[in-house]
Write a protein that binds this ligand. Structure first.
Ligand SMILES: NC(=O)c1ccc[n+]([C@@H]2O[C@H](COP(=O)([O-])OP(=O)(O)OC[C@H]3O[C@@H](n4cnc5c(N)ncnc54)[C@H](O)[C@@H]3O)[C@@H](O)[C@H]2O)c1
Length: 386
């Protein structure tokens, strides 16, 4: 007897496909709904039916767009749990393709939620969907949490950096003449999204929580930090930084680093992300809440570039641009204690081991096409790299 039937929107993508594997392993039936967006899948290895070769053969597959209410309604037949991951995911690209991003991300959420609100209830007034988990993002925080370097006072949630400071190449934050140092960011930090993608993600997190409460469907939004691992679209120049750097290095080009490369991020293994989704979908807790999903460890962008070059055996140093990308924040890494306290979930993969696994996968994957120059030219033409 199956534990339930999960519909994963965006289930053919990087995180969705790993979640598919894990849920099937844990005894769920899984249906993947994915439009197989060109930007993500065009250069990937596909099977005869046009699906990524890595997709679990036990998953049911529907090729369709969440923006099509009829498709989504049909996909919901027999579904008990929903994992919503489908989205356009490029922070930089969202600052130029604003209609596309807002349509796919915010309208996508709207179509899903309106369809759920019209579903026939089961006897006893229960909604047929028993639980939802939605992919949110650390980008909704804007800057992470800080404290004064002189130790005076507690946690600070600074505003976004001033354009004048960025133009003077003052990358680090300060307050009242005292420099600030980053500390792990908690879910309580006020949200200050700095890009259209981040605004979309904040909106769709809040839309899911609000409609989930109204329909009495327990709902959790997972604020994912930087996920890395196998199956990330290496030829997509708008995707995660680890994949973009790998693509550059494999094409004997230096990873391009904004600012001075000393900005800190939190890289979490994709299986730890999948585990957070699966454990929450399996749980019976009646909650409507948000959780960080990170490794709890911070690392600089320069360190990522150097680690990948070493593992790929490329003697190529990163190209430090000393320019900033509009919408980027300086430091943000996760406080992961809430997820552990409420669900007992802790990251299992250590960074070095995870990166080695990623490189082992890259060695077997199709050589990526480096499209960074094109995306950089687009950003520069739109005055988004200064
Ligand atoms: N990868 C990360 O580091 C990260 C960090 C924070 C948040 N997230 C979120 O996690 C989710 C999954 O990210 P990912 O890295 O796996 O991205 P991905 O691009 O690999 O996967 C997204 C999938 O969604 C599909 N899709 C997009 N729009 C669709 C639509 N309208 N209808 C149907 N399918 C559609 C794409 O074809 C793709 O297969 C996204 O919501 C993203 O915003 C990811």
């Amino acid at each position: 007897m199956k534990k339930g039937h999960v519909l994963i929107t965006g289930g053919a993508g990087f995180i969705g496909s790993h979640l598919t594997d894990l849920l099937i392993e844990r005894g769920f039936e899984v249906t993947v709904l994915d439009c197989l967006a060109d930007q993500v899948h065009a250069d990937a290895e596909m099977d005869a039916d046009g699906w990524p070769v890595y997709l679990n053969p036990k998953a049911h597959r529907i090729k369709g767009n969440i923006l099509d209410a009829n498709v989504f309604e049909q996909a919901l037949k027999g579904i008990t749990h929903l994992a919503h991951l489908a989205a356009s995911v490029g922070v930089g690209q969202s600052m130029t393709n604003i209609v596309e991003y807002t349509c796919n991300n915010a309208m996508g959420a709207a179509v899903i939620l309106e369809t759920l609100s019209k579903m026939k209830l089961e006897p006893g007034g229960l909604h047929p969907i028993r639980r939802m988990a939605v992919a949110s993002s650390m980008s909704i925080y804007g800057e992470g949490e800080y404290r004064r370097a002189d130790g005076v006072g507690g946690s600070i949630a600074p505003g976004l950096r001033a354009n004048a400071d960025l133009k003077s190449r003052l990358w680090e934050l300060s307050e009242g003449g005292s420099s600030l140092e980053p500390i792990p960011t908690t879910e309580a930090k006020p949200l200050q999204p700095a890009s259209v993608y981040a605004i979309n993600k904040r909106d769709h997190e809040e839309m899911f929580l609000s409609v989930g409460r109204a329909l009495e469907i327990p709902t959790v939004a997972l604020r994912l930090f930087n996920a890395y691992g196998s199956r990330q679209a290496l030829s997509n120049p708008y995707t995660g930084v680890a994949a973009i750097f790998i693509s550059r290095l494999l094409n004997d080009q230096p990873p391009i680093v904004f600012e001075d490369g000393e900005q800190r991020r939190d890289f979490v293994h994709v299986m730890d992300v999948a585990n957070a989704f699966a454990t929450i979908l399996e749980s019976e807790k009646q909650i409507w809440d948000v959780y960080n999903v990170g490794s709890g460890r911070s690392i600089t962008v320069n360190e990522i570039a150097r680690t990948l070059a070493r593992l790929l055996r490329k003697n190529i140093a990163p190209e430090v641009l000393n320019k900033y990308r509009v919408g980027d924040i300086r430091h943000c890494f996760a406080d992961i204690s809430k997820l552990e306290r409420d669900f007992g979930i802790r990251p299992q993969r250590d960074f070095e081991q995870g990166m080695e696994e990623l490189i082992a996968w890259v060695a077997k994957a199709r050589k990526p096409i480096d499209k960074s120059n094109r995306s950089m030219a687009e950003l520069e033409a739109s005055k988004l790299v200064v």
